[in-house]
Design a binder for this molecule. Sequence first.
Ligand code: PRX
Length: 664
Amino acid sequence: MSAPSSAIQSTLVENRVFEPSDATVKAARISGMDAYNALCAEAEQDFEGFWGKRAREVLTWHKPFTKVLDESNKPFYKWFEDGELNASFNCLDRHMGTPVENKTAIIFEADDGAVTKVTYKELLAKVSQFANALKARGVKKGDRVVIYMPMTIEGVVAMQACARIGATHSVVFGGFSAKALQERIQDAGAVAVITANYQMRGGKELPLKAIVDEGIAMGGCESIKTVIVFQRTQTAVNMVAGRDITMADAMAGQSTDCPAEMVGAEHPLFVLYTSGSTGKPKGVQHSTGGYLLWANLTMNWTFDLKDSDVFWCTADIGWITGHSYVAYGPLAAGATQIVFEGVPTYPNAGRFWQMIEKHKCTIFYTAPTAIRSLIKAADTDEKVHPKNWDLSSLRILGSVGEPINPEAWMWYYKHVGGERCPIVDTFWQTETGGHMITPLPGATPLVPGSCTLPLPGIMTAIVDETGNDVANGAGGILVVKKPWPSMIRTIWGDPERFKKSYFPEELKGYYLAGDGAVRSADRGYFRITGRIDDVLNVSGHRMGTMEIESALVAKSDLVAEAAVVGRPDDLTGEAIVAFVVLKRPLPTGDEAKAIANELRNWVGKEIGPIAKPKDIRFGENLPKTRSGKIMRRLLRSIAKGETITQDTSTLENPAILDQLAKTN
Ligand code: PRX
């Protein structure tokens, strides 16, 4: 944990308050603040009873649990440990024989606008058939399977099929590079990769299978025995005999019946890699029972899900939001959901609005960065303004992934929600498995830019560096004081790092989120002020500064040293700025530009295009303290273009500050 930065100081005062309408309150599952407060009180008074009751209500257990929470080996908490269930059973089989059986589970809209729908019954058959195919290829309970797929029905099928047979999936976002994929395959010790030949995004056919081949060829992936390829497009790809098979061939002849393999509640449902403050991504391990309980319950609480809803979460299955609110939560809750393959700006920036109208979407959940880019597009071209579409089907809007600035919030509220739809600004993380702090649509008065209050049973607080509560109005460190069912269980293969990163001794055993926050003086509402560690949030994507630094110095013929910081960006939230010392004289002009581009592409290859620095600055050295520590605070100021007012007398060569201020 680094020293608190300006990120945890309160700067913004927001006075606007939007109360839910009487009709919304009346119809809501959690109806009004009294109902919310009653649930919170229930959790306070009988914590285990509260969670045990929900777990029994929301999930179907093959073998009931007898103990709710085991705290004997903190922070390795265990929930519902002796209970047995299956996640896929809870998302699919459980609905058979109920009205959900023939309900549409997924409305899939492809990049080119083609629509495919599957019912719950059809989805169960597909998942079962693919689960049998996996088994036939030797995949079994406890194995790890890497999924590197586009947003498709088949992507969800792949995840559900793994869950069905008790294999632990690890989905890698389709924008990650061959190297990033190889590292994840290796770390997870995966036995299989499920991929597609290509993915379609914005009218372009982008390779996936070729990247899998490249990653595996980098070595260390000997654990991979099979590669299954969904043929998304007609273009042929290289298939390795004996190892590779198309999804269609693997499924051919397999039965559409595959009894779900029951697993213990703590069985790892998935491992999802995310960035931390070191160069190596962390494999966040989630459980089956606790995770699914929360994915399902938050669908009902945060989104106030009704049977008639058409739910649309725009997140990719490669991120946690696409796990909890595409692949698991909506299915467990029996919702109809939209899955979209493409990008919000193709064929034009009205795509989201057009799709909401077309599919009569009622709950729309997206990221502030998408909203900001669509505001910009609508400002420059009236034709893509949401006013051109009928968005009257919408009843609830959601925001996730980064702080939403009040201006973007107001635009979303007014122009998308028609001043009628509550916005649930959901704060959570890969590690939390599901929503933590969020308004409830039929209860919480909304304040733009604030995620408001924790969900019942979630014991968030703001503390100082010794773990003591700070007063409302004062900034501090966001923690969770008690465990919760969907929390991270460990870092795959590195329990020590899990303990150190999330439960530092000085914080009294509280879970450290890594964010700064402040509670408003009047309502006690939470506002997230940004990360307090070396993690950046670029367009809602989490990036470790050290990861990008490692990638830069891996270009060892050129780069001697690198430091990466973030700077605020109107569109992407934060932008990546890299300060680089080269193993050659300081370049200028076109040469500097060319080297900067070479390095950008290099980072794109090492990690993925999302990690490419926006700005690369060269210097003969980096500003360091006498003990050799890089003065990141100084670099952050330079990146923002601020005049340096801090004491620089300890710098060996103050002239480097001028060098580093130049953009390329
Ligand atoms: O900094 C917080 C920010 O995103 C981080 C978690 O990133 P990730 O694990 O990739 O998960 C993103 C999707 C849940 C947090 O530590 N963050 C997420 N949601 C919000 C947010 N910051 C402010 N407001 C939010 N609603």
